[in-house]
Design a protein around this ligand. Structure first.
Ligand code: BDR
Ligand code: CA
Length: 314
């Protein structure tokens, strides 16, 4: 089967880590490169986290990696929050990566991969600053990318960082607007659907048991997220925001979609809000997920993670 070349742009982050492993496990995707951005943690920390995740995955060959933006296009970076633990990976305290791996410039790496036609999809699971920089770099880029899958926005529900805005879009609304207004075909996977897929403690049966490093790592970070969500948000488990974005890229039937125009508020108390409708003056023809087949997604997601755990253990 021909694999689809993919660039993942992320800010790991627990759900980013799970999304990366999910994508690497897939036999439909060829993860050509992964770039990092500030967001859940600083860009330095998210790059360290990425290298640790790749090292723990035990998978070979590894995608090329690049470090991206340290701050948004216009405004200051948000103060860090601790949803994902102090280190961004559920306080697993992995420290500086042990193995050295070449870290390229994120934007240059992405641009060269796209220009050499190795990337069909971009999967963006962090603030959209890098993607905006990539688009600004070369006018050919929007014609060369088949689709960008964006985890971001709260369309018809409350935000998770302000009452109006979702975290990734709120971090850099100017970048998000530039990406939304670009010619790249877009699929938006917002909180409206991601908050319906909840990872519960019972889903973790089968991980950690075999004392294998990857399966223990998955258990530990997922367990941290489940405890955090239960304690602070009163949810029965952890939202699988970023993995659902990968799921949408992998399988057309995981979500159902609508098309519409999508605007982003840049000013005032609603800054970072994503709004649907003609009157928003927003970008036309954006595909957004409006429902999700939760069982189908969770089967695919958990099955894929178990599969790579087995592969690396054997
Ligand atoms: C998004 O914010 C981050 O904390 C998660 O990694 C996800 O990408 C959800 O709003
Ligand atoms: Ca993320």
């Amino acid at each position: 089967m021909r694999k689809i070349g993919v660039l993942i742009d992320c800010d790991p982050g627990i759900d980013d880590a799970l999304a990366i492993l999910f994508a690497l496990a897939s036999d439909k995707l060829n993860v050509e490169a992964i770039t990092t951005v500030y967001g859940n943690v600083s860009v330095r920390q998210s790059t360290d986290n990425l290298i640790n995740i790749l090292e723990i995955s035990g998978l070979r060959p590894l995608p090329e990696i690049g470090i991206g933006s340290a701050r948004p296009l216009v405004k200051k970076r948000l103060e860090k929050r601790e949803v994902h633990g102090k280190d961004g990976l559920g306080d697993t305290s992995l420290g500086r990566p042990r193995k050295t791996i070449e870290i390229k410039d994120g934007v240059e790496l992405a641009v060269s991969k796209i220009l050499s036609k190795r990337i069909e999809y971009i999967i963006a699971t962090g603030p959209l600053t890098n993607i905006a920089e990539i688009i600004k770099t070369n006018p050919k880029i929007p014609d060369l990318v088949k689709r960008i899958y964006i985890m971001g926005g709260a369309l018809f529900i409350k935000g998770n960082i302000t009452p109006y805005a979702e975290f990734n879009i709120y971090n850099d609304p100017e970048a998000a607007k530039l990406v939304f207004d670009s010619k790249i075909p877009k699929t938006v996977v917002s909180l409206d659907v991601t908050q319906r897929v909840i990872l519960e403690r019972s889903d973790l049966t089968g991980f950690k048991k075999d004392k294998e490093r990857l399966s223990r790592f998955i258990y530990d970070i997922a367990n941290f997220a489940i405890c955090y969500h239960r304690g602070f948000r009163g949810v029965k488990g952890a939202y699988l925001n970023d993995p659902l974005c990968v799921g949408a890229a992998l399988e057309g039937k995981i979500c159902e979609y609508k098309k519409g125009s999508l605007g982003i508020k840049l000013n005032g108390p609603q800054r970072g809000r994503t709004i649907v409708g003609e009157e928003t003056g927003g970008a036309q023809d954006i595909t957004y997920a409006e429902s999700v087949n939760v069982d189908r997604f969770k089967r695919l997601f958990l099955g894929s993670l178990k599969k790579i755990c087995k592969e690396v253990a054997s």
